[in-house]
Design a protein. Structure first.
Length: 240
Protein backbone atom coordinates (compact mmCIF):
# COMPACT_ATOMS: atom_id res chain seq x y z
CA UNK A 1 0.00 0.00 0.00
CA UNK A 2 1.38 3.40 -1.00
CA UNK A 3 2.03 5.82 1.82
CA UNK A 4 0.21 9.12 1.93
CA UNK A 5 2.14 12.02 0.45
CA UNK A 6 0.44 14.49 2.81
CA UNK A 7 3.12 16.02 5.08
CA UNK A 8 2.76 15.28 8.77
CA UNK A 9 1.47 18.16 10.86
CA UNK A 10 4.28 19.62 12.97
CA UNK A 11 2.92 21.66 15.89
CA UNK A 12 6.40 22.91 16.84
CA UNK A 13 6.96 24.29 13.35
CA UNK A 14 3.54 25.96 13.33
CA UNK A 15 4.21 27.64 16.68
CA UNK A 16 7.68 28.78 15.57
CA UNK A 17 6.33 30.26 12.34
CA UNK A 18 3.48 31.97 14.20
CA UNK A 19 5.91 33.53 16.69
CA UNK A 20 8.14 34.80 13.86
CA UNK A 21 5.13 36.24 12.04
CA UNK A 22 4.01 38.16 15.12
CA UNK A 23 7.53 39.49 15.76
CA UNK A 24 7.74 40.72 12.17
CA UNK A 25 4.56 42.75 12.65
CA UNK A 26 6.34 45.26 14.87
CA UNK A 27 6.16 45.98 18.59
CA UNK A 28 6.68 42.78 20.58
CA UNK A 29 3.49 42.16 22.60
CA UNK A 30 5.39 40.75 25.59
CA UNK A 31 7.30 44.07 25.82
CA UNK A 32 4.20 46.26 25.87
CA UNK A 33 5.22 49.30 27.95
CA UNK A 34 1.70 50.61 28.56
CA UNK A 35 -1.31 49.38 30.52
CA UNK A 36 -4.38 48.24 28.66
CA UNK A 37 -6.52 46.56 31.31
CA UNK A 38 -8.26 43.24 30.65
CA UNK A 39 -7.21 39.73 31.57
CA UNK A 40 -3.71 38.83 30.45
CA UNK A 41 -4.06 35.10 31.17
CA UNK A 42 -5.66 32.84 28.54
CA UNK A 43 -8.22 30.43 30.03
CA UNK A 44 -9.64 27.07 29.00
CA UNK A 45 -13.39 26.65 28.64
CA UNK A 46 -13.57 25.43 32.26
CA UNK A 47 -11.66 28.45 33.62
CA UNK A 48 -8.25 26.79 34.07
CA UNK A 49 -5.23 28.82 32.94
CA UNK A 50 -3.11 27.71 30.03
CA UNK A 51 0.52 27.03 30.90
CA UNK A 52 3.91 27.21 29.22
CA UNK A 53 4.09 27.87 25.48
CA UNK A 54 0.28 27.83 25.20
CA UNK A 55 0.00 30.75 27.63
CA UNK A 56 2.69 32.62 25.68
CA UNK A 57 1.21 31.98 22.23
CA UNK A 58 -2.42 32.65 23.11
CA UNK A 59 -1.47 35.83 24.96
CA UNK A 60 0.22 37.09 21.79
CA UNK A 61 -2.80 36.11 19.73
CA UNK A 62 -5.11 37.93 22.16
CA UNK A 63 -3.05 41.11 22.00
CA UNK A 64 -2.59 41.14 18.24
CA UNK A 65 -6.23 40.29 17.45
CA UNK A 66 -7.64 42.58 20.15
CA UNK A 67 -9.77 39.88 21.77
CA UNK A 68 -11.53 41.06 24.92
CA UNK A 69 -12.33 37.58 26.29
CA UNK A 70 -9.68 35.40 27.97
CA UNK A 71 -11.54 32.14 27.12
CA UNK A 72 -10.47 29.70 24.39
CA UNK A 73 -12.15 26.45 23.30
CA UNK A 74 -12.35 23.84 20.57
CA UNK A 75 -15.22 23.55 18.09
CA UNK A 76 -16.74 20.53 19.91
CA UNK A 77 -16.61 22.46 23.19
CA UNK A 78 -18.38 25.42 21.57
CA UNK A 79 -20.99 23.13 20.01
CA UNK A 80 -21.64 21.55 23.42
CA UNK A 81 -22.62 25.01 24.64
CA UNK A 82 -25.00 25.47 21.69
CA UNK A 83 -22.61 28.02 20.23
CA UNK A 84 -21.01 28.22 16.78
CA UNK A 85 -17.64 29.46 15.55
CA UNK A 86 -18.22 32.19 12.99
CA UNK A 87 -17.41 31.27 9.41
CA UNK A 88 -13.96 32.42 8.29
CA UNK A 89 -12.49 32.74 11.80
CA UNK A 90 -8.88 31.56 12.14
CA UNK A 91 -7.99 29.01 14.81
CA UNK A 92 -4.93 28.97 17.07
CA UNK A 93 -2.79 25.91 17.74
CA UNK A 94 -2.16 24.70 21.30
CA UNK A 95 -0.07 21.72 22.30
CA UNK A 96 -0.24 19.11 25.03
CA UNK A 97 2.79 17.22 26.31
CA UNK A 98 2.25 14.09 28.35
CA UNK A 99 3.35 10.56 28.95
CA UNK A 100 1.62 7.22 28.66
CA UNK A 101 2.26 3.69 29.82
CA UNK A 102 2.13 0.60 27.66
CA UNK A 103 0.91 -2.28 29.80
CA UNK A 104 0.93 -4.84 26.98
CA UNK A 105 3.39 -7.11 28.78
CA UNK A 106 2.17 -9.90 31.10
CA UNK A 107 2.52 -10.01 34.86
CA UNK A 108 5.57 -12.31 34.68
CA UNK A 109 7.37 -9.92 32.34
CA UNK A 110 6.71 -7.02 34.71
CA UNK A 111 8.28 -8.89 37.65
CA UNK A 112 11.57 -9.70 35.85
CA UNK A 113 13.04 -6.23 35.94
CA UNK A 114 11.01 -3.47 37.56
CA UNK A 115 13.24 -0.58 36.54
CA UNK A 116 13.85 -1.67 32.97
CA UNK A 117 10.24 -2.68 32.25
CA UNK A 118 8.95 0.55 33.81
CA UNK A 119 11.16 2.54 31.47
CA UNK A 120 10.08 0.44 28.47
CA UNK A 121 6.38 0.84 29.23
CA UNK A 122 6.47 4.64 29.64
CA UNK A 123 6.73 6.95 26.64
CA UNK A 124 6.28 10.67 26.13
CA UNK A 125 4.12 12.23 23.45
CA UNK A 126 3.01 15.55 22.01
CA UNK A 127 -0.49 16.29 20.79
CA UNK A 128 -1.88 19.43 19.21
CA UNK A 129 -5.35 20.78 18.70
CA UNK A 130 -6.97 24.01 17.54
CA UNK A 131 -8.92 26.49 19.62
CA UNK A 132 -10.90 29.68 19.07
CA UNK A 133 -11.32 32.69 21.31
CA UNK A 134 -14.79 33.34 22.72
CA UNK A 135 -14.88 36.56 20.67
CA UNK A 136 -14.82 34.38 17.53
CA UNK A 137 -17.88 32.40 18.63
CA UNK A 138 -21.57 33.30 18.52
CA UNK A 139 -24.09 32.14 21.12
CA UNK A 140 -21.87 31.78 24.19
CA UNK A 141 -23.19 32.71 27.65
CA UNK A 142 -22.27 36.13 29.03
CA UNK A 143 -19.97 34.45 31.57
CA UNK A 144 -17.40 33.99 28.80
CA UNK A 145 -17.17 37.76 28.39
CA UNK A 146 -16.20 39.07 31.85
CA UNK A 147 -15.75 42.75 32.52
CA UNK A 148 -12.12 43.74 31.92
CA UNK A 149 -9.90 44.11 34.94
CA UNK A 150 -9.05 47.75 35.75
CA UNK A 151 -5.75 48.93 34.39
CA UNK A 152 -3.01 49.03 37.06
CA UNK A 153 -2.74 52.45 38.63
CA UNK A 154 0.41 54.49 38.36
CA UNK A 155 1.18 58.20 38.45
CA UNK A 156 0.02 59.72 35.14
CA UNK A 157 2.86 60.47 32.75
CA UNK A 158 3.33 64.00 31.55
CA UNK A 159 4.68 65.03 28.13
CA UNK A 160 8.39 65.79 27.92
CA UNK A 161 8.39 69.29 26.34
CA UNK A 162 11.35 69.01 23.96
CA UNK A 163 10.37 65.51 22.80
CA UNK A 164 6.72 66.49 22.38
CA UNK A 165 7.74 69.48 20.27
CA UNK A 166 9.83 67.22 18.04
CA UNK A 167 6.98 64.77 17.40
CA UNK A 168 4.36 67.50 16.98
CA UNK A 169 6.44 68.91 14.12
CA UNK A 170 6.22 65.64 12.14
CA UNK A 171 3.64 65.91 9.37
CA UNK A 172 1.93 62.57 10.01
CA UNK A 173 -1.51 62.31 11.60
CA UNK A 174 -1.53 60.48 14.93
CA UNK A 175 -4.78 59.52 16.63
CA UNK A 176 -4.58 58.94 20.39
CA UNK A 177 -7.23 56.41 21.27
CA UNK A 178 -7.74 52.85 22.47
CA UNK A 179 -5.17 50.48 23.91
CA UNK A 180 -3.16 49.42 20.85
CA UNK A 181 -0.33 51.06 18.90
CA UNK A 182 -0.20 50.56 15.13
CA UNK A 183 0.10 52.24 11.73
CA UNK A 184 -2.86 51.82 9.37
CA UNK A 185 -1.72 52.18 5.73
CA UNK A 186 -5.17 52.56 4.07
CA UNK A 187 -5.81 55.81 5.94
CA UNK A 188 -2.15 56.74 6.42
CA UNK A 189 -2.54 57.33 10.16
CA UNK A 190 -0.77 56.23 13.32
CA UNK A 191 -2.90 55.09 16.27
CA UNK A 192 -1.48 55.35 19.79
CA UNK A 193 -2.66 54.88 23.39
CA UNK A 194 -2.67 58.05 25.46
CA UNK A 195 0.53 58.99 27.26
CA UNK A 196 -1.35 58.56 30.55
CA UNK A 197 -1.28 54.79 29.98
CA UNK A 198 2.52 54.75 30.09
CA UNK A 199 4.36 54.50 33.36
CA UNK A 200 7.47 56.01 31.76
CA UNK A 201 6.84 58.82 29.22
CA UNK A 202 10.06 57.87 27.41
CA UNK A 203 8.43 54.59 26.44
CA UNK A 204 5.51 56.56 25.01
CA UNK A 205 7.80 58.43 22.64
CA UNK A 206 9.70 55.26 21.81
CA UNK A 207 6.53 53.46 20.71
CA UNK A 208 5.34 56.55 18.84
CA UNK A 209 8.66 56.72 16.96
CA UNK A 210 8.36 53.04 16.10
CA UNK A 211 4.91 53.47 14.56
CA UNK A 212 6.00 56.58 12.66
CA UNK A 213 8.84 54.52 11.20
CA UNK A 214 6.26 52.22 9.60
CA UNK A 215 4.84 55.29 7.85
CA UNK A 216 8.32 56.30 6.69
CA UNK A 217 8.87 52.78 5.40
CA UNK A 218 5.80 53.09 3.19
CA UNK A 219 6.87 56.48 1.87
CA UNK A 220 10.43 55.35 1.09
CA UNK A 221 9.41 51.99 -0.45
CA UNK A 222 5.92 52.55 -1.89
CA UNK A 223 3.96 49.47 -2.74
CA UNK A 224 3.61 48.61 -6.43
CA UNK A 225 0.40 46.99 -7.62
CA UNK A 226 2.27 43.87 -8.74
CA UNK A 227 3.73 43.26 -5.29
CA UNK A 228 2.02 40.68 -3.08
CA UNK A 229 0.23 41.72 0.10
CA UNK A 230 2.51 39.46 2.14
CA UNK A 231 5.56 41.49 1.11
CA UNK A 232 3.71 44.69 2.00
CA UNK A 233 2.99 43.35 5.48
CA UNK A 234 6.54 42.09 5.96
CA UNK A 235 7.90 45.59 5.42
CA UNK A 236 6.15 46.70 8.59
CA UNK A 237 8.87 44.89 10.49
CA UNK A 238 11.73 46.97 9.08
CA UNK A 239 11.69 49.34 12.05
CA UNK A 240 11.35 46.58 14.64
Amino acid sequence: MARSSTPKFDASEVITNETIRIIERGVLPWRKPWTAGGSSRPLRVGGESYQGVNNFLLTMRTVMAGHSSPFWMTIPQANALDAKVRKGEKSSVVVYYGQSRNDAGGQEDQEESDDRSEEARTFRFQKSYRVFNACQIDGLPDSFFPDPEPAPEHPPSEPIPHMQAFFDAIDITTVFTGTEAYYLPPVDKVYMPSITRFQDPRNFYGVWAHELAHNADVRIMPRRSAQPVALWEDRRGVSA
